[in-house]
Design a protein around this ligand. Structure first.
Ligand SMILES: Cc1ncc(C[n+]2csc(CCOP(=O)(O)OP(=O)(O)O)c2C)c(N)n1
Ligand SMILES: [Mg+2]
Length: 807
């Protein structure tokens, strides 16, 4: 049911009509009704959890009125990045129905019933569907958009910054004015919400500072209920007030900054005025605004995990009852709008009924699919008919609040009992199980990466073209030419990061490109890795093609959390309702010392599934990857080799067009005795060792995997191992890092273990960070001598007669 459309207006008294227009009265009562309905949904939701129908519940009670006020200034084209308290806001902008709200509580895995996440996220995690069924962006400028919520507190902030920054670009970069499906000349506000306690997170401060620096239309609301679960304000915030703590951000006549507004969360009229004021400043002037909404309450406590009576004093609890925003609004309606108490009661009754009915509908819909599946299974089990199978059937049918796993468990249990029996019913059961595996894969494991026609795996391969006039240049020149072509080709492409603008990055991949394309396309940022990534995520959500740079791989750790919690799962957690094809550019593997030579690939691999991980051995391969990724709708990390910028490479004639496919290793040296699997700057070290090994009669096949994610999709390595019967994995990460990942892929997934006649080994860096200078590097990371000796050792094991000990 749509808010403002379906509720039956009750007649206001004559006096009220004098003070407020009929339309205004209608609006006020609709607002009140929505608040009551939303509150009722919270109360019912809690009960559902306690009745075992849902696993966990977290609700927006106590925050209703402010959200209704905020929704009034949220227009088509705007964006939200918020948190789990925002149900009333989502109802108010008509992007969440009551049925959908309960569907998420039950974890209904149907995208129609639960469009935010198709049951993948716990309740209170909101998102609108920005992609159509083909995975193409809808006309976002005409929609009310909510980016997909995540649970880590404050992690909505980096993305929020990016979504606000997009408005600035759409307004200021005149080349973007034709993209009317993405923006209406940058008039969109990015609305953020956060709890008071979560403002203690570093990301909050980093994003707020960046928004002030960038002057972007970010309207940030803090829902302040003076607690973060059980911990009161005094533990969280200097001066116990975020607006006081941030007072220095306040803009003045002469200095740019934020506009800071404060208001109480129970004051309906003040909230409406505050948000109108905030909207005007933000939308018209592109000045960020902080709205600190104070005196909020939490009537049911933090979540279903425990009661707040444990930590709130009797006085505080009494204060909360007194300052409940709905109670206050109710009093105001009766006193000021002069609506009769009976009429208010009638509205309340109707609202509560609506919530109850929605819950019922949602539960029925949720059960329908499960029961339908259960019936099919029960029929098969019945036809089998033996006593033990009928027992399983009986138990299944008696399950209280069954879910899909109950069906699967019953079916698999029955299958075990039917081992060896070759009957028609057993075949039907096997078919049911395999069908349910497919369905459950789609429900719970699909769309980690793009499955659309724009997937990075489907980009056409265009080979690099060389001619007599192709020049030999420093590697960085190849990259620069590729970026130049990308910026020229597509106005939506932009690059930013520390030192990327004026000097064109620390290795000059963008040298001169700011002069050529302007500082909105090639841009310096502050030192703030987390929000550089957030800036990229937000821009990519809004349809732009950002290349966000993290200066060194060693500083990637600052951004790891947001990459993992937000970017890596944006498509997955919305079941392809949203995407963020952000390219992260960084450089690493080799240079100097503890914080400039890292190669923490295992860490990245294990935390960032959902983002492709590309590890080119030179700048030409890197350029090909940039070209590939810019044609796709997937996100990727491209790690350039720090020591490769000045190495000579032949620049392809089609440097802005050629593509390098993902997941396709390259055999960079063929050989017969042993397969060496490696990537990145290790390719050179391995090649050096391979040449030395050739001299002692050992023929190595060296394979550059080129991308860790995806990994060797056509099993090139397996083909090689079939030939050599020996395999070595070499990289610069710690033991058990990416080398272990590669080994698992090749031995287990590709099944190469069957073809081995020697122990498979890994050659890795030491467990510690790499030490400084040439010796530090040599003794911390794999070096050609070590590679030689390890591979020589493999051959010695195979043929001790031919290969005697080196020493
Ligand atoms: C990074 C992180 N740490 C801890 C948690 C667990 N947690 C969830 S909500 C919460 C308190 C948040 O309080 P506040 O920001 O004031 O929001 P409120 O729930 O009061 O609206 C905590 C500690 C989390 N989700 N994420
Ligand atoms: Mg709080």
């Amino acid at each position: 049911m749509l808010y403002h459309q379906t509720f039956s207006i009750l007649s206001a008294t004559k006096e009220a009509r004098v003070k407020f227009s009929q339309a205004k009265v209608k609006e006020i009562l609709a607002d009140f009704r929505l608040a009551v309905e939303s509150r009722e949904a919270s109360l019912i939701g809690r009960k559902e959890v306690f009745m075992g129908k849902a696993k966990f519940g977290i609700f927006g009670d106590g925050k209703e009125i402010a959200q209704i006020a905020m929704a009034k200034v949220f227009r088509a084209g705007d964006f939200r990045a918020g948190y789990y308290r925002d149900q009333t806001f989502m109802f108010a902008i008509n992007e969440l129905t009551m049925e959908q709200y309960f569907a998420q509580l039950y974890a209904h895995p149907d995208v129609e019933a639960e469009p935010a996440s198709a049951g993948r996220q716990m309740n209170g995690h909101y998102a609108t569907r920005m992609l159509d069924d083909q995975g193409k962006l809808k006309r976002l400028s005409e929609l009310k958009n909510s980016s997909g919520d995540i649970s880590p507190t404050a992690a909505q902030m980096p993305r929020l910054l990016g979504m606000a920054y997009a408005s600035k670009l759409f307004r200021q970069n005149t080349h973007l004015s034709e993209y009317t499906d993405l923006s209406n000349e940058g008039n969109e506000i990015a609305f953020g919400t956060i709890g008071n306690a979560s403002t203690s997170e570093g990301m909050f401060f980093e994003a707020m500072n960046a928004a002030g620096v960038l002057q972007v239309p970010m309207l940030m609301s803090v829902w302040d209920d003076e607690y973060g679960i059980s911990v009161p304000q005094e533990f969280h915030t200097t001066k116990q007030s975020i607006s006081k703590a941030l007072a220095g951000f306040q803009r003045t006549e002469t200095e740019k900054g934020f506009e800071i507004l404060t208001v109480n969360g129970w004051d309906y009229t003040a909230l409406i005025e505050t948000y109108q004021k905030a909207e005007k400043i933000c939308r018209e002037e592109h000045v960020p605004v902080l709205v600190h909404v104070k005196e909020m309450t939490q009537p049911q406590g933090h979540s279903t995990s425990g009661s707040h009576e444990r930590y709130k004093s009797a006085e505080r609890l009494a204060w909360e009852v007194e300052h409940d925003c709905i109670k206050k609004m109710r009093e105001w309606i009766i006193e000021e709008v002069l609506i009769l108490p009976e009429e208010v009661e009638a509205i309340e009754k109707e609202a509560k009924q609506a919530a109850k009915l929605a819950r019922e509908n949602s539960w029925k819909a949720f059960m329908r699919d499960i029961k339908a599946d259960q019936r099919i299974l029960a029929d098969i089990l019945e036809r089998i008919g033996s006593e033990d199978i009928l027992d399983i059937r009986q138990t299944l049918l008696k399950t209280i609040n069954p879910v899909h796993l109950d069906n699967v468990k019953a079916a698999k249990k029955a299958l075990r009992l039917l081992l060896g029996r070759d009957t028609e019913e057993r075949s039907q059961l096997i078919e049911w199980v395999s069908n349910s595996e497919k369905i459950n894969h789609d429900r719970y494991s699909s769309h980690l990466y793009s499955e659309t026609e724009d997937s990075a795996l489907r980009v056409d391969v265009i080979n690099a073209v060389y001619s007599d006039s192709s020049t030999i240049v420093d590697g960085r020149e190849v990259l620069r030419a590729c970026f130049d072509a990308a910026l020229e080709r597509d106005p939506l492409v932009l690059a930013f990061g520390e030192d990327v603008g004026k000097i064109g990055d620390v290795n000059q991949g963008f040298a001169g490109l700011q002069d050529k394309y302007g500082d909105l396309r090639v841009t310096d940022t502050g030192i703030r890795e987390c929000t550089i990534i957030g800036q990229g995520i937000g821009l990519a959500i809004r349809g732009m093609r950002p290349i966000a740079e993290i200066q060194y791989l060693d500083y990637f750790i600052y951004a790891l959390q947001i990459l993992s919690d937000d970017l890596a799962c944006i498509r997955y957690r919305t079941k392809s309702g949203q995407r963020a094809p952000l390219i992260i550019r960084t450089r690493g593997h080799r240079l100097e010392g503890v914080w400039h030579a890292g190669s923490p690939m295992g860490m990245i691999l294990n935390s960032l599934r959902g983002i492709y991980l590309l590890v080119p051995r030179n700048m030409t391969q890197a350029a090909g990857f940039y070209n590939t990724m810019l044609k796709s709708d997937d996100p990727a990390i491209i790690i350039e080799c720090l020591n490769g910028y000045r190495m000579k490479e032949r620049k392809p004639d089609n440097v802005g067009e050629f593509t390098v496919p993902l997941g396709v290793p390259e055999v960079i040296k063929s050989g017969d005795d042993v397969t060496i699997v490696t990537y990145g700057s290790m390719c050179r070290i391995v090649m050096e060792a391979a040449e030395d090994l050739e001299r002692v009669g050992i023929s190595c096949e060296v394979i550059d995997i080129q991308t860790l994610l995806p990994f060797d999709i056509h099993h090139t390595i397996l083909d090689s191992v079939k030939k050599t019967s020996r395999v070595v994995f070499a990289d610069e990460d710690v033991p058990g890092g990416a080398s272990a990942f590669m080994m698992q892929k090749v031995l287990e997934e590709q099944g190469a273990y069957q073809y081995l006649d020697a122990k498979p080994i890994t050659i890795t860096g030491k467990e510690h960070r790499p030490a400084y200078a040439s010796d530090g590097d040599y003794f911390s990371k794999p070096n050609p001598e070590e590679v030689f000796e390890k591979i020589y050792g493999v051959m010695m094991e195979v043929d001790p007669g031919r290969f005697s000990p080196l020493y």
